[in-house]
Design a protein around this ligand. Structure first.
Ligand code: UDP
Length: 238
């Protein structure tokens, strides 16, 4: 299905894009720029589910590398994704976009728990649903959370907005000869360990036939271009 004919998408943003030009944390001005991109996408009539990572605040692996218990550190990472979700909710609502945050870790005072049928209703009513805390379990990432929500919400595609403009055959930051794929199969991504998303997320998309569209969210207007079927991107599919 061409991206331009999709009705419902899941947009996954890495936590690091919320940092803007900072080294850490949340840059509210940059979050507002991202929110404008999301609003523009929504204004085309798309239903949007959003998953935001937490890497700008805390990654479980980094904590574990410094001697923390991995599961404990992962729960901290999940909490970081809730902070990012609330920051994005704030920005979207300042732009007049109705949103709901649903977290896989229950946190009644700040957001709803994940309830699929309720999320469906929010989307029908034109709200953006932001899914926080990944899958709600340690040893996973928000990429897996994104793949899981894309499958259960029956999204037509998983759009992965990151700081590179697609999938390359080697790291473009280290190798100037690196080539970007226009399309690439799930099997090649897994066999060659291409850096798209972690393997469990890619496998879940493959098993449920959900195309993954990898593009740069750092360029202004790029999300709208990708949705219009233009712009620079890589599509991972069968
Ligand atoms: N995390 C987790 N389970 C999940 C989702 C996230 O344990 O289902 C933790 C994990 O420690 C991860 C951190 O939350 O490192 C932040 O998420 P992620 O690394 O996916 O963020 P991103 O790289 O997209 O910013």
């Amino acid at each position: 299905m061409p991206v331009s004919s999709m009705k419902r998408v899941l947009l996954k943003l890495s936590g690091e894009v919320l940092m803007g030009d900072q080294q850490f944390g949340i840059d509210p001005a940059f979050v507002m720029e991202l929110a404008k991109e999301v609003k523009a996408a929504k204004d085309t009539g798309l239903e949007i589910c959003l998953v935001i990572g937490g890497g700008n605040i805390f990654r479980g692996m980094a904590g574990a590398a410094q001697g923390m218990d991995r599961a404990q550190a992962d729960y901290m990472g999940m909490l970081a994704t809730v902070m990012n979700a609330l920051a994005m909710q704030n920005a979207l609502e300042q732009l007049g976009v109705q949103t709901r945050v649903q977290s896989a870790l229950q946190m009644d005072q700040v957001c709803e728990p994940v309830i699929r049928r309720r999320a469906e209703r929010h989307l029908e009513k034109g709200r953006v649903v932001i899914f926080a805390a990944g899958v709600g379990a340690p040893y996973f990432t928000t990429d897996s959370g994104a793949a899981l929500r894309a499958a259960e919400m029956k999204c037509d595609a998983l759009l992965k907005g990151t700081s590179v403009d697609g999938v390359y055959d080697s790291d473009p930051k280290k190798n100037s000869e690196a080539k970007r794929f226009e399309t690439v199969t799930y099997s090649k991504v897994l066999a060659d360990d291409l850096k798209v998303m972690d393997a469990s997320a890619v496998a879940l998309c493959r098993d449920n036939n959900i195309p993954i569209v990898v593009f740069s969210i750092r360029e202004k207007g790029n999300l709208a271009r990708v949705i219009a079927g233009e712009g620079t991107q890589t599509v991972v599919q069968n």
